[in-house]
Design a protein around this ligand. Sequence first.
Ligand code: NAD
Length: 174
Amino acid sequence: MRVLITGGAGFIAYHLASALLRNNEDVILLDNFNNFYSPDIKRLNVRDLQLLGPAPMHVVDILDRANLRDVFDKTRPDFVVHLAAWAGVRPSLEKPELYSAVNVTGTVNLLELAKEFSIDVKNIIGIGDSENDICMVRECGTGIAFCSQTSYLNLVADIIITEKSFRKILEVAV
Ligand SMILES: NC(=O)c1ccc[n+]([C@@H]2O[C@H](COP(=O)([O-])OP(=O)(O)OC[C@H]3O[C@@H](n4cnc5c(N)ncnc54)[C@H](O)[C@@H]3O)[C@@H](O)[C@H]2O)c1
């Protein structure tokens, strides 16, 4: 199972990717190493992950649709866990254009590429099982209009920070 994790150098991605790699799943990391906090910390995250197993890192901005498509084309993920975002309520008030571009348009870019590469849209905002398509957030339906990304990520965070294995995450989720 190939899992593409956007925001792959970040905090939650580190815990998710650790759990997946310990479970011998294929992990593909994608991040643009923005400067919301020190990119050095993110590089250390990636270095530690790559000690656990193969975790190719793609330095790409989710707003760059052409390079994003290239990653989809080269890696052909079964699942996309979308964690790339600008976080924080207060700074979002200071930079609303940036936040809406990355958090909304970036998400739309991923959904469009998931469609183009025939990835079930549930699997881009949910954690699923490749055999029977179980979606973590079944009620999401299709498209971001039906699911608040924040509530989904909260759910993911709550489950993932316990560092359960991917299968365990799935069991808990369903
Ligand atoms: N940390 C928490 O406790 C928590 C709880 C609930 C929800 N969340 C949400 O989960 C998501 C991830 O949180 P986190 O704590 O891992 O944040 P993080 O800042 O550590 O990770 C986000 C990663 O996304 C990357 N990124 C940002 N913009 C990008 C872009 N345009 N293209 C590619 N990569 C980009 C950043 O470089 C960063 O490494 C956020 O949406 C956050 O709001 C976090």
